[in-house]
Structure formats: structure tokens, C-alpha cells
Design a protein around this ligand. Sequence first.
Ligand code: SF4
Length: 485
Amino acid sequence: MNYYIETFGCQMNYADSEKINMILLRSWLKKVNSFEQAQIVILNTCSVRKKWEDKVYSIVNSIKKYNTKKNTNILVGITGCMARKTGINQKFYTQIRKRNASKNIEFLEDKNSLFNSDDKIFGKTDKVDFVFRIEELGYITKILSILLNSDIWNDEKYNDYLKIKQLSENKAFANVVIQTGCDNFCSYCIVPFTRWREKSRDKDEIISEIKEVVKLGACEITLLWQNVNSYGKELKAKLWDEEEMKWALTPALSQRERENVPFRELLEEIDKIEWIDRIRFTSSNPHDMTADILEAHFELDKTCNYLHFALQSGDDGVLKNMNRKHTYTDFKKQVEYLRGKDPYFWISTDIIVGFPGETEAQFQNTVKAMKELEFDFAYIARYSERSGTTASKLLKDNVASSEKARRWHILNNILKETFQKRANLMIWKTEEVIISWISKNSNFYWRTRNFKEITMPIKNWVNIWDIVKVKINKVNGRIIEGEII
Ligand code: SF4
């Protein structure tokens, strides 16, 4: 049986798709590269932008049209941020009851839990066959067993989302999920409603997974979740200020306290593992950033000079409406600290323009922030109302789409300039690059320690996965060019 998976959105979704691969490949299904070759299609979705949701429904329609035209019966399932509940399409009920399906779902805590079709997706289209919350992805083999009336092998250890490992297709790079859920409730975001409350993974399990992937060849480890700074807050509850949603050790830039937060302890343990070359983590939030995490970038051997953390707006009033818990001043201090220690420290961020009520003056504060902070990269989004979020219930989406587009273009132009300026700093520097890709124009291609993408001509004595020294000699628009030395 063949399956095809398509992933939308952020790095967490890509890591989740690697978990889905782990389960399905272990159950002897075969992964294929197009839906036409598959019997099962899984769309791992993102809700941040409306256009991605629209794209998902358009793929669903194309598959169903293909089914009619070719007389096939490809099953379509949706997971990720668009799915709130696990369930199957009503049309399967009768057949399933006839087959006494309960034998197939006996391991579920609530064995009726699959017999609902009340996820909103089923209300929008009857062309989706099943939906599952990503935290319940261990159910997937049971769902497929039911829908296909076939016994697809299931391992009970997959019942716990945090215990399911990722199956990376690129052996040098491993994503390791360290948490699930989010407690921050930013007003524009659906994650706390789809992923529920924040939960940290056991440290020993994380370390043992990392040791395993290192044995298989991984040299770059990326620790993933929405809010890595708060990792382990359940374990050190006394240090966690529940009201302020941050460590009692903050502010990040005050004198270092002796006690380290659990995430720093985790980084220190990973740093000791032999054969790892680079440790990255994403995402951090500015409000619960601590001094020991900022300093970890410089004090540990394998952490990299790169950080992604979301500013979202340069205006404190807009940040408040977004229910973000940092101010622009907090954020700026952290950027200045990192760049003060290392001028080549690469910083990327997320920005939303046209948030409900954002005035021209407030937008100009973001313009000022973008110019002051000179981001190396930014994901700039135009606000779009996402159903189920607090903003959609309480705030009117009152910035016209033409105005959002204008604001987006202004920020994008600033980003082009700051990218160019910051990339130019790298010219004539020699950087280490892990070779892991050959691009279409026969160049090698990958990233420096500070996450800059570099392209360089192939040398026949270099192999994939080698770590090479590259001299950077040109910035060509968004492309940085170098030469292996
Ligand atoms: S920190 Fe905010 S934006 Fe990020 S996942 Fe949590 S609620 Fe969403």
C-alpha cells in the first residue's frame, strides 16, 4: 500500500511528518512522491495563512476529481493545525458498524472516539475521509485499518506522541521534538487550541534519541517546539512564574543567576555528546528568554550563532493586542546583546502586518524596528482572520487588504536591504559548511553555522555529508556564493 504526504507550514509540521513516516514505513507502507501513485494521501496542514488552507481544499478537490476520472479510491486524511478532533467521515459509519469495527479500535482509551464527524473540516467538505489531531497520530494505523478493512500493523508505543521518533530523510540533520502544546495564547494563533497545553518530553528520552540519530550519522541536531525556553517548566515549577509566564530568573539581561533553566541543562547535556557538530533550536520566545540561554550560544561548543525569535510587531500596543508578553525594548536588548558579542550572529524573526486596529503610526514603529534591528531574515505575514482564535472572536479585521499589501511590501523592501547589508559582512570570510545537497545548477548547497545559505561549485573530491571550509566571495541578490578551499 502506497501513501503520499504533503506538508505545509513550519518546521514543527515537517518534524511531525517525519513522525508519520516513522509509523507508516514501520507498518510496511511505501512512501511515494505523487498522489496519483498512492492509495492514501495525508495532508499535514497549517492554519497561519488562509491561502494555505485554501490550497489544502484545492488539493482535496483535485484528488477526488482524479478518483472519479480514473475510477480509483484514494483516501484523503487531514492533520496538523487545521484538524481539531480525530474522526472519520460519516459515510463510513454503516460499513464500519457492519464489520464490528470495535475490534480494530480496541486500544483506544475511548473506543468511540473515532466515531465522530464533528471536526469543522467535515462540515466544510464531504471529500475528506479522515482527520486526526497530530498529537493523536498514533491512531493513524487504526484509522487506516478501519477504513481499508485491513490489519495495518500498529505498535502501542506510538500511542504517546512525544515517544514517536522522527524518520529523517537527510541523515546528517535530525529534528528532535522536545515539547508539545503551547500555553501562550497569542491572540492570532490557533496552536493552543489544536495542540492543547504545553508538555515537555522527558530529558533522558531526548538524549537517548539524539544518541541514536548520531549513531546513524546525524551531526546537526535541531531541537524543536513553539516555545523551547519554557522546556521543563513542569520540572522546575518553583522557578516558573505562572502569572507572568516566564522564569523567575528573568530578565534575560540582568546578572546571571546561578540556577540554570531546564532548557540550558538540556543543551549542556547534548553539547557533551560526541560527533555532534551543531546544535540549533527553534522557536524561542522573547518574553521567557533567560540570560543562560542567550549565553549558551557563546559558552557551549556546539551551539550556533543563530537565533530565530518572533518580534511580530515593533509597537507595544499591537503586541499587547496580540497577547504577546514582550515589549519592543525587551526584544531589542536581546538582539543587541547577541550581536554585541558576535557581529555575525544571524537573527531571523516573524512579523505580522495589518493586525486588527494597527494604525499607520503603529506600523511605522515596526518599520523603525526593522531598520534598527537589521534582521538577516524575516517571515512577514499579512494578518488574516483564523477561525477559532481569540483575535477572530474579539477584534475586527479592519485593515484593508490593499493596505496590508502596501505594508507588507514596505517591510519586504527593508528586509531585502538588511539581508544584503548583513550578507555583505560575510564576504571574504571563511565558513564551515556541511555539504548535504546538490542544487539543480550542479552546485553544492547548504548552510554556515550562522544559518546563511551558501552555494558553491562542485569539487570532485568533496562528498555529500563532508564538512568543508568555504570562502565567501559574492552576494548575488538573495544568494550567497562561495568556493570550497
Ligand atoms: S507562542 Fe504564540 S504564536 Fe507561538 S505557538 Fe504559542 S500561541 Fe502560537
